[in-house]
Write a new protein. Sequence first.
Length: 180
Amino acid sequence: MIVRVPFLSEFELGRHEIATTFAHRKSMVNCPPLNGSTYLIGSYLSSFGEVTKMEKQAGLSTILVVEDYPDSRSLLSALLRSKGYKVLEAGDGREGLRQASRTMPDLILMDLAMPEMDGIETTRQLRQRQKLSRTPIFVITAYATSDVKSDAIAAGCAEVFAKPLDIEALLGRIKATLGA
């Protein structure tokens, strides 16, 4: 996943690299030294473990990330964890349905284009389950045409975000929706 990330830079002497800490991992981006710019970075962040007992006791909001690309899923999950959310992961729509039914997340963040079952069909099936019928579903898509957005909203999605993802807009909408 490529994410647009604004950040302040710190320069290593004698090298043209920008260092940033994203979700507690240091990333290096080779670029000319321009302070305060916005860069597109692609980063691999390894998956984190299950929600901890302390997180459960703290009463944090739970977000289920349903994304078929492991790197994208890990990046989104790490970002959300760094903002204090409990995060669960699923690699496709079918797994997302199972995970959502078992865990009852407060919000679902899902890619639209996935094998097995796409995000629109997954949303339709989630909406048919009484306990999940009101769970906010935000979708992310590289195909954010007006028709795709209309189909997603008609299926029951609350929000549609286009790739490359505007992280600040996504986090703001999540925060407003969850009241956190």
